[in-house]
Design a protein around this ligand. Sequence first.
Ligand SMILES: [Zn+2]
Length: 336
Amino acid sequence: MTPPVSGTRSAGSSAGEPPTGRCVLAVDVGATTMKGAVFGEDGGVRHSVVVPSRADGDPVGALRELCRRLHAEAVAGGAAPAGIGVVTPGIVDEAAGLVRYASNIRFRDVPLRALVHDDLGLPVVIGHDARAAGVAEAVAGAGRGLANFLLLPLGTGIAATVVLDGQPVPGTAWSAGEVGHMPVYPGGEPCTCGQRGCLEVYASAGGLARRYARLGGDPGLDSRAIAAAAATDPLAGEVWDTATQALGIALATLTLTLDPARIVLGGGLAEAGAQLFDPVRDALRAALAWRTAPEVVPSAFGAQAARVGAAILARRAAGLAVPDGWAAPVPASVGS
Ligand SMILES: [Zn+2]
């Protein structure tokens, strides 16, 4: 089977025919790149654009330019944009349409909704990337059909999105889900946040690489390489085991607090598959003495989740229905 090319999908349109009809625009702003896409009425990606984030220059200008470009390319392709969703990391006040603070992309008090609306004259929704990923998993991914679940992308850092009644919980100050700084080993190794023993120190992709180097391993190895070396390099094995153990402890705390129906793991680390999921499930079960553990499963959308979530938010902002399963990932192989 040929896996689908990332970012393209042609379900619902016959080959050679230009796509027509309503579409929505979606942009996921990351630390290094901004990923934009035009989503057709059926949830298929008609067109996608990836540009550098330019955090050292004019990041807001670069983002506005990307939004204008996506709009122009959608129109040129024969589609009528009905709305746009833009999601970013950091502290995002979704009600006010403001990005209050995002250190990685150098945004501070950016009135993004007003700026993009001025440029395009469309309904605009501004969201948080991890919460938007939760929306995507809830509507069409690993949390589909569940009233409540947790999504933890394991990337440079670790955040959690708590989905309750199908909606991500934003928190009082738009800061819910910072579980990367949950202490898992009190008094443990120092974290960049100033605390000790944080989950992120042991179990984020960045933390794994830093820890491996600090304990005497090759500083050039990233988390993927450490995972690959775990069976043959005792230090890599130990660092990997500590990561899965720390995750099990953290997931036990989250399970006891929230009683989720399912825990979804995403981000680069989840690509390790059974090497991650088997020991994490074991550690979670071992940490819970009196209750059963929720199932722990991989994200359905992976790195595309936030952008799909932005598209779903855009449809809602435009007053368009979002059918259950809209924009569901195309299976990589034939299955049920
Ligand atoms: Zn910390």
